[in-house]
Design a protein around this ligand. Sequence first.
Ligand code: 5GP
Length: 175
Amino acid sequence: AELRELLLSRITDIPDYPQPGVMFKDITPLLADPAAFGALTEAFAELCGRHRVDKIVGLEARGFILAAPVAVRAGVGFVPVRKAGKLPGTTLGQSYELEYGTAEIEIHSDALAPGDRVLVIDDVLATGGTADASLQLIRRAGAEVAGLAVLLELGFLAGRQRLEPGLKGAPLEGL
Ligand code: 5GP
């Protein structure tokens, strides 16, 4: 509860970003506070032991920032999931619906080993579209979803409900 208060106090609301009517949750103050960033890293790293995690997948772009120190702390590998066209090697791609149009994310096809237990990390869960696509990519790569960890869940967007089928019982850990 104390950790939650600390972290929430380091996330600020930016109105009308990136579009009018949207309230954007800005995590940069948290990143700039080593006590808060360190405590978050520690909490996410503990999940790796609890859920027997072999690899951490970070979602571009803020997911990278949170996931990389967790991977180092937990002693497991870090694997990036990127927007289409950014990874240099052979990739698997997954497209998903946005409010207007579609988006695509990719992973290196050889980044995960069959049976790897993967924890996905991102900063904010909004509609759940990005996270859901990443779960599909991980399974298509032959690995297992150990869980999804996010700093902040925007409850009113019902991402948790959208993700429930894709999680297949794996835990969604929020703040
Ligand atoms: P979703 O696919 O769940 O609708 O959107 C989640 C993605 O958009 C995440 O990768 C997250 O980084 C980004 N995102 C959406 N809304 C916000 C927000 O208010 N603050 C931040 N920091 N990221 C957001």
